[in-house]
Design a protein around this ligand. Structure first.
Ligand SMILES: [Zn+2]
Length: 220
């Protein structure tokens, strides 16, 4: 009978990854990157929790450090519909500002959905005052046997034989890494780390997630 059927949970599942924690603090300037990621992730988590159509989870509790390896295990076990890893970026030039969104590589089976998610986030944040770049990160070998992280714009789909960030390597979960600001730009930091702007940032992510949910559900 129709009314007695109990279907498995079909909620849209969003997993958030606060990209840093008290063990891996990330970039450190006038603020520490792990503070920024925690402030944004905790507010976005609360917004998502308030939506009955969404299941929200975290790769790690915000006050409990967890290694990247373990976080990758959590992701593969949980297999959310989307994963957003929240960071701040760092540019040596203190005058540069803006957000950078990193997608999965063209060779990854989730590439297209990763780009779709990146574009929704870009749309939610892009305005005259805030430039949002979308692209790939590659670990490119340098002359002294080290590797440097190189950013390649999305338009450049040429296949490269290099690895990207570990968190972007899942082949079953559409994932993006977002670097929300240039943590080396004191003006941008001051502007985007107030109670009000943290809340606004979380709202913008939330809007992008709702759009993405709709896109994925209508394509099923
Ligand atoms: Zn980071």
């Amino acid at each position: 009978m129709k009314g007695e059927l109990s279907l498995p949970s079909s909620k849209f599942e969003v997993m958030l990854d606060a990209g840093h924690d008290s063990n891996q603090v990330g970039y450190s300037t006038s603020i520490q990157e792990n503070e920024y990621t925690k402030e944004v992730t905790s507010r976005l988590y609360e917004l998502l929790k308030g939506n009955d159509d969404i299941k929200v989870s975290l790769t790690h509790e915000l006050d409990e450090p967890l290694s990247l390896t373990k976080r990758l295990e959590v992701i593969e076990e949980e297999k959310p519909d989307i994963l957003i890893s929240i960071h701040a970026g760092y540019d040596p030039s203190p005058n540069l500002r803006g957000m950078r969104i990193i997608t999965q590589l063209p060779t990854n089976p989730e590439h297209d959905n990763s780009v779709l998610l990146a574009k929704e986030i870009q749309k939610a944040f892009d305005d005259e005052s805030n430039f949002v770049a979308v692209g790939y990160y590659y670990y490119v070998p340098t002359h002294n046997e080290k590797v440097a992280l190189a950013f390649v714009p999305l338009e450049d789909k040429g296949i490269r034989e290099y690895e990207t960030l570990n968190i972007l390597q899942s082949e079953s979960v559409p994932t993006v890494v977002v670097e929300g600001l240039n943590i080396n730009n004191p003006e941008e930091v001051a502007e985007l780390t107030t109670e009000e702007t943290y809340q606004k940032t979380a709202q913008q992510y939330y809007q992008a997630i709702l759009e993405m949910k709709e896109k994925l559900e209508s394509s099923k």
